[in-house]
Each structure stands twice: as C-alpha cells, then as structure tokens.
Write a protein that binds this ligand. Structure first.
Ligand code: ZN
Ligand code: ZN
Ligand code: ZN
Ligand code: ZN
Ligand code: ZN
Ligand code: ZN
Ligand code: ZN
Length: 247
C-alpha cells in the first residue's frame, strides 16, 4: 500500500495498538522520535507502542521469535535487521568517512574541518528528519541550497529577509519575523484580510512607514495622534469620523 503520511509506497509498515497500519515505519518513527507524536494519524488514538515490520510479508505469519523491543522509543521491530537500520538513523555519523560522534555539533565541526562540507543550520533546526538524512554541502552547493537557484527555475531555498539580510527556513517563518521585527502597514494588512492579492509592505523604521501612510492612506496629523503613532485610515470617511469623535 501507500503511506498516508509521506504518500510513498510502503517498504516497512507501522502497526499501532488501535490496529491501524496506514503509515510506513519511517514516518511513524519520525513522528515518535522527532515530534514526540504517538497518536495514530488515522484515528488519533494514543499508541503507547508501535510494531514496525517489513511490508512484504505483512501481517507476519508464523512465530515471531526475532522481534527487538526498543524501550526508549517504545517500538517493537520485527527483526534485528530492521532494529539496527532504524536505530542507525539517529546516529551522528559522517557520511563521508563513517566516523560516528556523540553530538551533532561534533559531527558538524568534523565535516567542516576534515571534508570541507557543511550542514544547513536552518534544515538542522527545522526539518523534521533524522541527522543521518540531513544533507551536507560544499561551498558552491550550499549557496545553491540557500538561494534555491539550482537552475530548475523552481522556487525553493530558504527565503531572505531583504530588510535585515537574515534567512529563514520557510515563508511562514519569514512572515512571522517581518511582523515581529519590522514595521508593517496595518491598513494594507487589514485590506489583505478581504483580498489576499493585496500586498503588505514592511518598513525598516517608523519614519518610512509614516511616509507610506501619508502617500497611500489618510493620517491623523493632530498632535496627540502623531505622538501615539500608527493612527492612519484607509478612507477619508474613516479619518473624518475619527476626527469628529476624537478631536
Ligand atoms: Zn511514510
Ligand atoms: Zn488508529
Ligand atoms: Zn568524516
Ligand atoms: Zn537548508
Ligand atoms: Zn528582517
Ligand atoms: Zn498601507
Ligand atoms: Zn487623531
């Protein structure tokens, strides 16, 4: 069958206590180990433990005398081979020379100094995959990875905040950063709630935002409102009703 989580054909299958087995072993293991998520994604029931088996002979027939119980992750593997394959995913091992390390930090400095290869810190922090699945890059490849300019023309990479030149993992994090650390126009933002084609501009400082208010919207220039800042309206009528009620 096909995994409900990654939509790939299932090589291994995870059986939850509820009896559902619609997720592959790798997805189930990722959810448990990296996201601490133990619910069955089909029925939401918490599954204390899970059984991971080869999908070719699932459900297993005959005696299961080679199962391996992993107490830390509460996973029961059908065979020794599966257990070691899955456990290896979490090991900080150099993919170039196979040396293993206790921490990801040690692995990072090893690949950097011994092979001139680096991991992407944004992917390490945000991508919910195991350390052994993370890619390493040389200088050139890393630039391509960051900017997404791999020649395919597809938009990928980690978006750049053009105001402070910091990169973010994805658009969601970039937009959150912009709203927290830069000035956005609330009039444009409110319009965007009605029409998502509306662009919201962000500004480096209040002076630039104020210049935008003045050229695009209606600002109350009474002393008290100038002191408060951010008092701007989308229409002349709104400004007028503000003037008559506040001043
Ligand atoms: Zn999957
Ligand atoms: Zn279930
Ligand atoms: Zn190495
Ligand atoms: Zn990355
Ligand atoms: Zn920024
Ligand atoms: Zn605006
Ligand atoms: Zn006012």
């Amino acid at each position: 069958g096909t995994c409900m989580c990654c939509c790939e054909p299932m090589e291994t299958v995870a059986l939850s206590l509820c009896g559902h087995h619609s997720v592959c072993g790798l997805c189930s293991y990722r959810l448990r180990v990296l996201l601490n998520q133990t619910q069955c994604i089909f029925c939401q029931q918490i599954s204390e433990s899970v059984f991971i088996a080869d999908s070719r002979d699932f459900p297993p027939q005959g005696p299961m005398d080679h199962v391996v119980w992993d107490n830390q992750t509460k996973v029961c593997f059908e065979t020794e081979e599966l257990a070691s394959r899955f456990r290896a995913l979490t090991v900080a091992k150099c993919t170039t020379c196979e040396e293993t390390f206790n921490t990801v930090k040690q692995l990072q400095s090893h690949t950097r100094t011994c092979h001139r290869l680096r991991y992407c810190w944004l992917c390490l922090e945000n991508r919910k995959i195991f350390i052994s699945e993370q890619a390493t890059y040389d200088q050139q490849q890393f630039r391509v990875h960051l900017t997404g300019r791999d020649g395919s023309g597809l938009k990928s990479g980690h978006p750049l905040c053009k105001m402070c030149w910091r990169r973010f993992y994805d658009d969601t994090q970039l937009i959150y950063h912009m709203s927290q650390d830069h000035f956005a126009c609330h009039v444009c933002q409110r319009r965007r709630e009605d029409d998502d084609r509306q662009q919201v501009e962000f500004f480096q400082n209040y002076e630039q935002l104020f210049a935008h208010f003045r050229s695009e919207h209606y600002v109350c220039e009474e002393r008290s409102c100038m002191d408060l800042r951010f008092i701007a309206f989308g229409t002349e009528l709104e400004l007028f009703s503000h003037m008559s009620s506040e001043h």
